[in-house]
Design a protein around this ligand. Sequence first.
Ligand code: NDP
Length: 285
Amino acid sequence: MAQPSISAATRLACVIGDPIRHSLSPTLHNAAFRHLGIDAVYVALQIRPADLRTGIAGLRSIGVMGFNVTVPHKERIVPLLDSVSAAAKATGAVNTVVNRNGKLHGENTDVIGFARALGEARVELQGARVLLMGAGGASRAVMAALAQGGARSVTIANRTPRRATTLAKQFCTRQFECSNARIDRLTATELESIDLVINATSVGLLGESYFELPFEAFKKSCVFYDLIPRVQTDFLTQAKRTRHRALDGLGMLLHQGAAAFEIWTGQTAPLTIMRTALRRAIRIH
Ligand code: NDP
């Protein structure tokens, strides 16, 4: 169905962040609105950290339908909202906000987005031993999904080791062993035992080369997942070179967006349409 032209009744959704011009979310959501004939439009708004409080007040006052939140606001937005979900509490971060009669409710659909992307790719989390690179906001969502999915252990490697220690402590339970380590200190046996390696750092976002990961040392069945929604990061290229299965972050982007769309509209997200729009946009970028 064709999207109605913008009128006085058109509802507004958006993504806020700084920077924001690289965001693929407008492509994703406008394709879905258009396909389902929903009278709404999705735009990308740059809000600087110092302006976050007034920015949120503005969105509330104009009756925004809902919005996504990206770097660097995912954590700082939490106290500005009226309520947050269990997933947002567990991660301390919000990536989706829905406006319910003037009350702003925060969700974290990155958790379900990551879990669904891996599920769709048939990557088994139950009992998995994971090496997670990075300890930022996205890593917290990954940790929550791994814990929920029944992963057995996670070793976190981060440029700033203190953040990895904090993250490990936050999620560690008897069933879910969490530790932090430097990659160059991992033994051959430890590397060989890993089932899933995840890049949740921003290294590669701007085309940079990946740091010292001994790709050859991992067993052949080990899967490499890069959160960056690009098909050709150095991390993925190296994983493919060593004949490992390599998955890009498009699946997570798609599924976190689809979950947000369903929260805002109450309608089933048109996944195929959204996936096609994303793939097309990536090729154009
Ligand atoms: P944050 O800024 O919160 O964290 C960035 C992480 O990257 C930190 O662990 C940081 O380490 C590390 N890092 C940054 N630069 C370097 C470097 N030069 N060398 C080594 N480590 C570095 O970002 P997010 O956690 O929110 O996002 C991380 C990535 O995940 C981004 O690329 C983002 O695009 C992607 N993402 C993808 C999603 C998807 O749907 N596919 C959803 C959410 C995020 P340190 O702690 O030392 O600073």
